[in-house]
Design a protein around this ligand. Structure first.
Ligand code: GYE
Length: 326
């Protein structure tokens, strides 16, 4: 489409700087190909890796589409750079999985001025004017958090005081904001629940292991670990093992985790994790369907939520774990 001019522009730029990944200067511009620029958060977790796979698989082999993906390595600034490059390249459509919610007005306005439709996926953006994007597809993170606290309500008698250790993901990301909100709301309405500490794990295993190891060196009084994603949970489990603190079924610490990846589900089945709240990353095909609807002039909803539930040691079967795609 708008690519011929952009490729020339890009070619000129390539001489002075290295950029424009995904566009080979030798490519013949093909007006029939619908080019999508996709700014992905990073590869911080198993969830993210599965989501990237689902997105690429949805468009792979379809000659009508070209998906240009940029990995922002969890930095919003890198997302701005990628999006500006997409605009320069004259892509037909832009997809952004935003690292954090704030700070998107300017770049979304630039996309609007370039007349490129934009989809927000996975997490959300906090902008006043929602005409700055077409649609937002992803999880209902508040619902996920509520599933977790409802489960905990059923586990803890009202006369028992509990100490909750809270491992948080990337601060400012929708997944962190909403999962945190669900817990903090619940703590406010349960006088016997206490959050003893909120540790920053940035959704990664390495960071969680580090902060947990540090924390456990002087604090061992934990009844519940509320960990905002599976990879942080894996890091925390390692730290708990090393500190000699038991967890899971019959252990000292009840573990609540989010994502429900295959590895976490296996631990849940084996009684090492108590609750896995599902966060489904496999919505590449739904993204494609929405884009196709948009291209056909059909109206599409402003917000699309994917289906999710929660699993406990008691409810999960080995068959289910084995059939898990991610
Ligand atoms: O829970 C975590 C990932 O935004 C759904 O980001 C996402 C979260 C997910 O890195 O594992």
């Amino acid at each position: 489409m708008k690519r011929f001019f952009s490729i020339l522009l890009c070619l000129g730029l390539i001489i002075s700087m290295t950029g424009c990944t995904g566009v080979k200067p030798t490519d013949a511009p093909d007006d029939d190909v619908y080019v999508i620029g996709f700014s992905q958060v990073g590869s911080e977790s198993d969830w993210r890796v599965a989501n990237t796979k689902s997105m690429t698989a949805a468009f792979e082999g379809d000659t009508e589409y070209e998906l240009l993906m940029d990995n922002a390595r969890q930095e919003q600034e890198n997302q701005f750079t990628a999006v500006r490059r997409f605009i320069l390249e004259g892509v037909d459509f832009i997809i952004i999985a935003p690292t954090v919610e704030e700070g998107w007005e300017t770049i979304l306005t630039e996309i609007k001025d370039a007349d490129i439709p934009v989809m927000i996926m996975d997490r959300s953006v906090a902008v006043e004017d929602d005409s700055l994007y077409l649609t937002n597809i992803g999880s209902d993170f508040l619902h996920q958090g509520r599933l977790a606290v409802e489960w905990l309500e059923g586990e803890i008698p009202e006369d028992r005081d509990i100490k909750i250790l809270h491992l948080q993901g990337t601060i400012g990301a929708t997944a962190q904001i909403q999962r945190t909100k669900a817990l903090e709301d619940a703590v406010r309405s349960h006088p016997n629940w206490e959050i003893t500490s909120q540790l920053y794990g940035d959704f990664t295993e390495a960071k969680a292991y580090e902060v947990m190891t540090d924390y456990l060196a002087s604090n061992r009084d934990i009844d519940v670990l509320y960990s905002e994603n599976d990879n942080m949970t894996f890091g925390a489990m390692r730290a708990l093992d090393e500190a000699g603190i038991s967890y899971g079924n019959g252990g000292q610490v009840k573990i609540i985790t989010f994502d429900a990846t295959k590895e976490a589900l296996q631990y849940c089945h084996d009684g090492r994790i108590d609750l896995c709240v599902e966060c489904n990353p496999m919505f590449g095909p739904d993204v494609k369907t929405l884009i196709e609807k948009y291209r056909n002039g059909e109206s599409i909803p402003k917000h699309v939520y994917v289906n999710e539930s929660a699993y406990t040691t008691q409810s999960i079967t080995q068959e289910f774990v084995d059939s898990r795609e991610y």
